[in-house]
Ligand binder design. Structure first.
Ligand code: ATP
Ligand code: MG
Length: 444
């Protein structure tokens, strides 16, 4: 890890804001995530600035320098500058009053020492400030924790988690994202403060959980921090130890099998692999993850439950085509992506069952069968095999013309039968063949 930040890595748009403030006589620093990530060699993060200037002054100074400013959080001293289309949050040095709701400070107070501002921040790796000429300001040892791979609270962990319980999940999110360990006192406080997560809005928990899933190490998080995850997601709290371990293994395997490219439906379905589909979807809606995503997760979990009952036939092209069509019917336009998610999820569950010493969960569908499903699906998609009646190479109007039918339910019935034959592989999805078939059927 580089021990300093190259001033040239500061984007010009951020430098413009910093310089405008300092040239007007107001101390300002780059702070938080950008500093942390730049020290890690990744200066791609959004830039946040902290400054001694009250927000009204920041606004006036920046506007005088021709910079657009929006009042985005003035109660907390924040305005957002926009330069070349890039937003830069500028916040006045502040400290926070008491927390009586486990999340929001009852009051904030503006201060004149940047160190006091750094002291209110959550973790040492997030509590560093940097300036292109003054260098790094790191009163809590954030850079050495960063080098050692440690997430450590600024100050007393129990008090800090007690103030704002969301920090509990943030600690796990940063540990997961960077592959860091939590410092022992911070680790102990994670478990003892976990029940306080009950006071946090589920929507905010959903956002942090999404961050943990995006890290590619959610399986690790589930394994390493069961009491926190159970407090964050009550739907997981009733799992048996065996189910918990299997869920963690499923998630870990899904992450490994998809090489860091797992889709959201796959990740959430893996997290909820031991939860009933409807309950999982409800939990996701409560966490404001969107009804669409919740629906896709329920479909994946429902199909998985069907597979647990056993698949009697061979996974030939017809069976995979029928599965694809069923997925497409349940979630229009997503069947193609869902089938790959389902195959990976199934294989991940098989890996998990092996890890916990159980037999394969899907009679008739083993690990190799999921590969077969994937390759048939790839071919069917490449051939543009129809997954819905609307994708047949014949439309209702042609059926009416060729079959001599008037408008009515009969047309839909003919299309339905044609689609069933195409799915069964007894009729090609080609205009001529379909037209001949319509002529033949309507003559009868
Ligand atoms: P990310 O890459 O996830 O955005 P970040 O460090 O930028 O990481 P933000 O949530 O954007 O995280 O917050 C910016 C900074 O504000 C953090 O680096 C930290 O210093 C501070 N901060 C954010 N949330 C909290 C909190 N709940 N408690 C204390 N400090 C916080
Ligand atoms: Mg950020």
């Amino acid at each position: 890890m580089p021990s300093s930040i190259d001033p040239a890595s500061l984007p010009a748009y951020a430098k413009a804001v910093l310089s405008a403030l300092e040239e007007a006589g107001f101390e300002a620093w780059i702070v938080g995530g950008w500093v942390r990530d730049a020290l890690r060699g990744d200066p791609a993060h959004d830039v946040d600035i902290t400054t001694i200037a009250p927000w009204q002054t920041t606004e006036r100074v920046l506007e005088a320098a021709g910079i657009e400013v929006h009042e985005t959080g003035t109660a907390h001293g924040t305005v957002t500058a926009v330069v070349s289309g890039k937003p830069i949050e500028c916040t006045t040095y502040r400290v926070e009053g008491a927390y009586s709701d486990f999340r929001h400070p009852d009051s904030v107070a503006f201060v004149t020492d940047v160190r006091e501002d750094l002291a209110r921040r959550d973790f040492t790796i997030n509590a560093m400030a940097w300036h292109p000429t003054r260098g790094l300001l790191d009163p809590f040892g954030g850079s050495s924790d960063l080098a050692a791979g440690i997430v450590r609270c600024v100050g007393d962990p129990k008090r800090r988690f007690g103030e704002d319980a969301l920090r509990i999940l943030r600690a796990i999110r940063f540990a997961a994202r960077f592959g860091f360990a939590t410092e022992p006192a911070t680790e102990a406080a994670l478990a003892s403060c976990a029940p306080e997560l009950a006071h946090i809005a589920r929507e905010r928990i959903g956002q942090e959980l999404q961050g943990i899933l995006d890290s590619g190490r959610a399986g690790w998080a589930l394994e390493a921090e069961p009491s926190v995850l159970a407090a964050a997601v009550p739907e997981l709290a009733s799992l048996s130890q065996r189910q918990w371990r299997a869920s963690a293994c499923t998630l870990e395997s899904a992450e490994a099998l998809s090489g860091g490219m797992a889709s959201d439906p796959l990740l959430w379905a893996a997290l909820f692999s031991a939860v009933a589909p409807k309950a999982a979807a409800k939990a996701m809606r409560k966490m404001a993850r969107g009804t669409e995503l919740a629906g896709q997760v329920a479909v994946l979990l429902g199909e998985l439950a069907e597979l647990r009952k056993g698949h009697p036939a061979a996974w030939d092209e017809g069976a995979v085509h029928a599965l694809l069509a069923r997925l497409e019917q349940k979630v229009p336009h997503e069947g193609r992506s869902l089938i790959f998610g389902l195959a990976t999820l199934g294989q991940a569950e098989i890996c998990a069952a092996e890890a916990v010493g159980e037999k394969g969960p899907f009679p008739g569908t083993d690990r190799a069968a999921f590969d077969v499903i994937r390759s048939h699906a790839r071919l069917l998609i490449a051939e543009r095999a129809p997954l819905r009646i609307q994708e047949l190479a014949i439309a209702g109007a042609e059926v009416m013309e060729i079959g001599g039918l008037g408008p009515g339910p009969e047309v839909g019935q003919v299309l339905k039968e044609l689609f069933a034959d195409v799915l069964a592989g007894t009729l090609p999805n080609e205009a001529d063949a379909l037209a001949n078939e319509v002529a033949k059927r309507c003559k009868r």
